[in-house]
Ligand binder design. Structure first.
Ligand code: FE2
Length: 425
């Protein structure tokens, strides 16, 4: 007797009519016509069942603070950083915890069950670090939260930032962050990358740096990040987040750079919602898109994820923890409209970020954790198109969120019909 069987599932790889058997929080069968009984059997009627969404790049210490103490009028990255500087002294642990937990509720309802969040370590009180370490434990039963020690004001530029960052790691923060393009000079940026990679190597930690989030084509810290990843044997454990300067670089240099990134086993995270709004702000027309070269990185074999980055904070006024919205924006900005390309955009909010976070037991396969989402869609492309309703979210074999199917009744002259937005094939 199993704990749960989901019958008649469609999987992201295209298989249909699949039954998924679950016991003790793990998937023990993925097969047509599973001959077994269970405490609970759910017929999902051919809907898409996937492993949960994963957000590889988020800022949970600033989320849901929109309007505090004022809004970002220019909409630029630099005003966002200045505004965050105004907000930081006003933060309390209670506010941080309350907002982070509220966001995690949104995430669960949207089938987003793993998040890598950067946490600013430049405030010597490390209030946000303490708050998010508490939240990490609190949400552990239903959401995997990985924390990055992020020196927002520059690990060399901000007094005491390196010591604070080391203290945050000592307190249990998981990943080493950085922001080389915000250091005073290109050479200090490069030096910050060296210091932080060596720190990560010495402690056996992963690295995820905000890297070259700039329209300046000469911002080339990703080159240095790849160098130290390779030199220190950190292949597969280092990520460059944003990498927007690559959008503005000349093609000849990029033809050298992308193979360097690939050789060094460095992953890339684009944040399409944020970079389409923050970058290109100094342009008149044509305005640059400000997203890194996603299809080219993917074609070279680099692991590429799409992150949400911000939801209702000093940098971005919108968002709802919906990784399908993120995938949809990434697809549009990168012009990835071919069938394989659209499926790659779905992978960029599921399997690719799971690889970047190093999640154990991720996927819909025998032996994996019984974490999954039932979507009101028949395939990955339809899921992106519809930003499909998360009918059911399952964690460790238990249903933790239910959302009614999206539908509408239209009442027209001579015609009434139920609309469900799916094209029947
Ligand atoms: Fe970020």
């Amino acid at each position: 007797m199993l704990d749960l069987i989901l019958r008649n599932c469609t999987l992201a790889d295209g298989r249909t009519g699949i039954d998924i058997g679950i016991e003790a929080g793990r998937i023990i069968a993925v097969t047509p016509h599973l001959a077994a009984t269970a405490d609970s059997i759910i017929d999902v009627e051919g809907q898409l069942v996937t492993a949960p969404f994963v957000d590889a790049h988020f800022h949970m210490d600033s989320t849901l603070s929109y309007g505090l103490p004022r809004v970002n009028e220019s909409g630029t990255l630099l005003e966002g950083i200045a505004l965050w500087g105004e907000l930081k002294p006003l933060l309390t642990q209670e506010m941080l915890v309350e907002r982070a937990l509220a966001y995690c509720d949104w995430a669960v309802a949207k089938g987003l069950l793993a998040i890598r969040s950067h946490v600013d370590v430049c405030d010597p009180r490390l209030l946000a670090v303490e708050a998010l370490l508490y939240v990490r434990e609190k949400v552990k039963p239903y959401l995997d939260l990985q924390l990055v020690a992020f020196p927002q004001d520059g690990v060399l530029r901000a007094p005491g930032a390196l010591a604070n960052l080391i203290r945050a790691l000592d307190m249990g923060v998981d990943v080493v962050g950085g922001i080389p393009h915000f250091e005073r000079t290109m050479s200090e940026g490069a030096e910050s990358v060296r210091i932080l990679c060596e720190l990560a190597a010495a402690r056996g930690l992963r690295v995820d740096m905000h890297c070259d989030e700039s329209d300046d084509p000469m911002s080339r810290h990703i080159e240095t990040l790849a160098l130290h990843a390779q030199r220190l044997g950190l292949q597969g454990r280092v990520t460059g987040s944003h990498l927007t300067s690559m959008h503005s670089m000349d093609n000849y240099y990029v033809s050298k750079l992308i193979p360097l990134i690939r050789e060094a086993g460095v992953a890339a995270i684009a944040n399409p919602l944020i970079n389409i709004t923050l970058q290109g702000r100094h342009d008149t027309y044509p305005k640059r898109r400000g997203m890194t070269r996603v299809p080219e990185l993917m074609a070279a074999g680099v692991t590429v994820a799409f992150g949400h980055d911000c939801v209702m904070d000093p940098w971005y006024p919108l968002g709802s923890a919906d990784m399908l919205e993120v995938a949809q924006m990434g697809l549009h900005v990168a012009q990835m409209t071919g069938q394989d390309a659209m499926r790659a955009c779905f992978n960029a909010v599921t399997t690719a970020p799971a690889t970047i976070l190093g999640l154990e037991g991720y996927g819909i396969a025998v032996g994996c954790k019984a974490d999954m989402v039932v979507l009101q869609a028949r395939d990955c492309v339809e899921a992106i198109r519809l930003r499909a309703t998360r009918l059911m979210v399952i964690r460790a074999g238990k249903v933790i969120s239910l959302t009614p199917a999206a539908t509408a009744m239209v009442d027209l002259p001579g015609r009434s019909s139920k609309v469900d937005w799916m094209v029947r094939r």
